[in-house]
Design a protein around this ligand. Structure first.
Ligand code: NAD
Length: 252
């Protein structure tokens, strides 16, 4: 099979793009002239959303499955031969303490949140090298500070922060930058599933801006970090959290 000619527009790959922060990031990349490869394991939703967004290409992939990620990279190599921006956004949440977290749940959270970022970044490396591209990994304020809940989620997000620093150290010589965004609470399906009324109220009180963030506010930071405006920024964690991280108040 012959390869497609290299893409004229820059190519962004966004995982977990079918909804939430990933979908908003996709829309912002489109506004900036990118071709956006939307990756998600939710095939019907991905197809539905992508068909309404010109300039996107849906690719169904469960990023926790090594074979599927290998196939994703093969497909991208054929279609584009480069990746200018890789946004490792797909994630799952579980808000339980150590004592109540069964091993299957621990593995499920780690498989997507941590293994998925490792697998996807590694598989995309030749494509990122070809473009001297940028990686943005999505962590969380839950990876910056411990809590009495979220043993699996928080640990996976803390590990993503270290993985980002590792990527920045290792890949700088190829002109590849790697940064991390640590969002505060955002009203997405993920948050709605785990934020109880008590957690919501506590966040509103503890966040200096006294509100949840929007998907767009997180996307703006992600796309900035991928852009040439951030060309000397690598290995950083940007907390997009309404000031929560600066307060020293514990996570609800
Ligand atoms: P969301 O649940 O609305 O969207 C997540 C998307 O990822 C879904 O479309 C889902 O199908 C996809 N996905 C999940 N596992 C996948 C897998 N293994 N392979 C491929 N696709 C998969 O969530 P969101 O709130 O938009 O979260 C996006 C990222 O932001 C996550 O990494 C999350 O941990 C992080 N985050 C969210 C919040 C928040 O309050 N919403 C706060 C901090 C960090």
């Amino acid at each position: 099979m012959t390869s497609s000619p290299p893409s004229a527009s820059p190519v962004a790959v966004v995982t977990g793009a079918a909804r939430g922060i990933g979908l908003s990031t996709t829309q912002l990349f489109l506004e900036q002239g990118f071709t956006v490869v939307m990756v998600d394991r939710d095939a019907p939703e991905l197809e539905r959303v992508s068909s309404a967004l010109s300039g996107t290409e849906p690719l169904v992939c469960d990023i926790s499955e090594p074979d599927q990620v290998t196939e994703l990279a093969r497909e991208l190599t054929q279609r584009h031969g480069r990746v200018d921006a890789l946004v490792n956004n797909a994630g799952v949440a579980d808000f339980r303490p150590l004592e109540e977290t069964d091993y299957a749940t621990w593995r499920e959270v780690m498989a997507t949140n941590l293994d998925g970022v490792f697998l996807t970044s590694q598989a995309m490396l030749p494509l990122l090298k070809a473009a001297r591209g940028a990686i943005v990994n999505i962590a969380s304020i839950s990876g910056l500070r411990a809590s009495t809940l979220r043993v699996a989620y928080g640990t996976s997000k803390a590990a993503i922060i270290h993985l980002t620093q590792q990527q920045a150290a290792e890949l700088g010589e190829h002109g590849i930058r790697a940064n991390c965004v640590a969002p505060g609470p955002v009203d997405t399906k993920l948050a709605l599933a785990v934020h109880t009324a008590e957690i919501r109220a506590a966040y509103h009180d503890a966040i200096p801006l006294n509100r949840y963030g929007s998907e767009r506010e997180i996307a703006e930071v992600i796309v900035f970090l991928c852009s040439t405006k951030a060309s000397y920024v690598t290995g950083q964690v940007v907390a997009a959290d309404g000031g929560f991280q600066s307060t020293g108040v514990g996570l609800p």
